[in-house]
Design a protein around this ligand. Structure first.
Ligand SMILES: [Zn+2]
Length: 76
């Protein structure tokens, strides 16, 4: 769990490590090691700018992964 909030899964975005990289799991059905982020911008910035996601997913984030995740940043 990357996010420290104790919100339920509602409002959380699941990220999944796949063979194609770290993807946003919009359907909640992707298999693989996952991590959850809440809808707060600060949470995503922390995930993108530190190694918390790398540790949670046990894989390095490529620049493509970072770009992909930036596109789904919450607009708050
Ligand atoms: Zn959070």
């Amino acid at each position: 769990m990357v996010c420290r909030q104790k919100a339920g899964k509602r409002g959380l975005t699941r990220l999944v490590r796949t063979d194609a990289g770290v993807l946003v799991d919009a359907t909640g059905k992707l298999n693989g090691r996952g991590a959850y982020l809440c809808e707060q911008m600060a949470c995503w910035e922390r995930a993108l700018n530190s190694d918390v996601l790398t540790k949670a997913l046990r894989t390095p984030l490529s620049s493509e992964d970072r770009d992909r995740l930036r596109q789904v940043l919450p607009r708050s």
